[in-house]
Design a protein around this ligand. Structure first.
Ligand code: ATP
Ligand code: MG
Length: 572
């Protein structure tokens, strides 16, 4: 491709609304443009990268025995009623009515549609196991679309669904997909970590997420420095010392206008670990829908809301209003678990705590000497605290460290969560009807493009790994003499004939402009042809970001091919 024919609208300045580096660079280097909130155009360079990511995913999915299909983006909402997920999924599901009054939605994921298909087509155990996948646009009306392609509303996903006669077969495929994801992310050249994950609104038993390690990641992941335990903090369990309070009788402590756990601890002159922090929520979804509940963790801990949602079997939580707190006998700022007219969930680490300080449910008053076993026997004890760096690993006792991650994939062993209500049945070997068991496996294809840029960039711009670059070689003509242009065109044709994808910068621009653009858009190999070198029959050749060497013009094609195959076995 000639540069002057290529649509690459680069920008000189960093766009003001782009916070993370991948968003900035993809805009600046002319890869993407925003259409509306969370919705983007993929310009030609971006589409080339996207296609390369997709090719690797397809290759590995086919190698793993999965088959590609394509399902529609528009889904009838009645399928979501049937699966029981319509109310659970909430406002992220974009719903609309067609001219005939039929209710539809834009697919945020496809469990319902594929189960509907399988319920009609699956007959015998002989058709199982089967794994079907697609690469397609999804729509989720995210509350806070941000970071460009990282959290869009419309985005590209690879989603796969497997069906099995029994759970043993499901778990074998779960491991197969786990290994396939590992291979895909390795081939993409990413630093990543698989972690145990919460199953979220999708449901099911086992789940792992794959995280690309990057400071800009929205997820916090905990991993052990001593063993291979790793989990999203939404799920991570870890240990630490019990609070060391001394048994004492319950005593009122005047705490005028002192409300937060830290302030109360400082006011009373005790460690924050000796304070019971109480939060009050209004529950939506599940059996406790509409209830007001209290949740307690140690003053030096944070409550992990996802754990509480799980303990309640709920869909979501909202902080209770002052009026709702009053309804259950509490006073905002001075809420404590004693005497509240609401279910109390306490972090399991508090079960044997004594000599604790808690809100007294009266203005400007706290209680000291709280003995959890003695005073709170009606509370439910579950793991609610968020794992912290320095905690001890509940598997091996090693140290827990925290890092930030970008979730680029997730695998789920769903079991019969969807196949049961959607009636995906087959005839087993004994001739009896049975419900199939199911797994699902997603990869954020467009998010991956952003995640790669987060890991692969420098001050000059994007540094694509060879395997993903939109072009492998940028051929820069320095000067506008006929000799330079002719020699460049000759090399350009030779590279194309050898199957090397090449972008020829034949523009009538200053060398500085050309080199800046080459760096910014991130083409891995550079070939430079100028008047001076031409006289000696040489071109400059080198990798982006390192020094170029002079090589004979006749050696350019072979050198390019050698560099690319040494790099990563990339497609040329
Ligand atoms: P998140 O927790 O980031 O919202 P999720 O767990 O809801 O994601 P899944 O249902 O597991 O997402 O979807 C599969 C993959 O699709 C995710 O691992 C992620 O890489 C990608 N993905 C999900 N939501 C978005 C989004 N809004 N924009 C871009 N990619 C997304
Ligand atoms: Mg996920």
């Amino acid at each position: 491709m000639k540069y002057s024919n290529c649509f690459v609208p680069t920008l000189r300045d960093v766009p003001a609304d782009a916070e993370v580096i991948s968003h900035q660079l993809l805009l600046r280097a002319g890869y993407i443009r925003r259409v509306t909130s969370g919705v983007y155009d993929y310009l030609p360079l971006a589409l080339r990268v996207l296609r390369r990511i997709e090719a690797i995913i397809r290759e590995e999915m086919e190698r793993a025995g999965a088959q590609e299909l394509l399902m529609p983006m528009v889904q009838p909402t009645e399928l979501w009623e049937k699966s029981g997920r319509l109310s659970k999924y909430g406002p992220e599901l974009l719903r609309f009515e067609d001219r005939h009054g039929h209710q539809s939605c834009l697919g945020p994921t496809h469990e319902e549609v594929i189960c509907d298909l399988m319920s009609r087509e699956l007959r015998s155990y002989k058709q199982l196991p089967i794994n079907l996948y697609q690469i397609q646009n999804k729509f989720r009306d995210e509350i806070r679309p941000r970071f460009g392609l990282m959290r869009g509303r419309e985005f590209v996903m690879k989603d796969a669904y497997s069906f099995h006669a029994d759970d043993e077969s499901l778990m074998a495929e779960y491991r197969n997909m786990f290994d396939t994801y590992t291979r895909i992310f390795e081939r993409l050249g990413l630093r990543f970590r698989p972690v145990e994950a919460d199953t979220g609104s999708i449901g099911g038993s086992d789940s792992h997420e794959f995280h690309v390690l990057a400071d800009s990641g929205e997820d916090l992941i905990a991993h052990c420095e001593g063993c291979d335990y790793a989990a999203n903090v939404e799920k991570a369990v870890s240990g630490r010392d019990a609070p060391a309070g001394d048994a004492a009788p319950l005593t009122a402590l005047a705490t005028p206008a002192v409300t937060t756990a830290e302030d109360v601890a400082a006011f009373a002159g005790v460690d924050a670990a000796l304070v019971i922090k109480t939060l009050v929520f209004c529950v939506s979804g599940g059996d406790a829908d509409g209830a007001i509940v209290a949740a307690c963790v140690r003053g030096d801990d944070q409550l992990q809301a996802v754990k509480l949602i799980h303990a309640l079997g709920a869909d979501a939580l909202e902080m209770a209003s002052d009026a709702q707190i009053e309804e259950i006998g509490g006073v905002t700022g001075f809420v404590g678990p004693l005497g509240l007219d609401a279910p109390v969930y306490m972090d399991a680490g508090l079960e044997a705590a004594v000599g604790m300080l808690a809100g007294a449910n009266k203005r400007d008053l706290h209680l000291t000497g709280v003995d959890v076993a003695r005073d709170l026997s009606r509370a439910q004890f579950v793991d609610l605290r968020e794992t912290r760096a320095g905690d001890c690993c509940s598997r091996c006792g090693g140290q827990i460290a925290l890092s930030r991650g970008i979730e680029v994939g997730q695998v789920f062993a769903l079991g019969r969560r969807y196949t049961e209500p959607m009636e995906v049945q087959f005839q087993n070997q004994q001739g009896k009807r049975e419900v199939a068991t199911m797994g699902c496996y997603g990869i954020g294809v467009s998010r991956l493009m952003a995640a790669v840029v987060e890991q692969c960039h420098d001050d000059g711009g994007i540094a694509w790994p060879d395997i993903l670059a939109p072009f492998s070689v940028i051929l820069v003509s320095m000067g506008k003499s006929d000799e330079v242009l002719e020699a460049s065109e000759d090399i350009y044709r030779q590279l194309q004939a050898a199957g090397v994808s090449v972008l020829w910068d034949e523009r009538n621009e200053r060398p500085g402009v050309k080199f800046k653009d080459a760096e910014l858009i991130g083409i891995p190999l550079q070939v430079v042809i100028g008047d001076r070198g031409l006289k000696q029959g040489v071109a400059e050749f080198g990798r982006r970001g390192s020094e170029r060497q002079e090589i004979a013009l006749s050696a350019v094609v072979a050198a390019s091919m050698a560099a690319l195959s040494a790099g990563s076995g990339a497609a040329l």
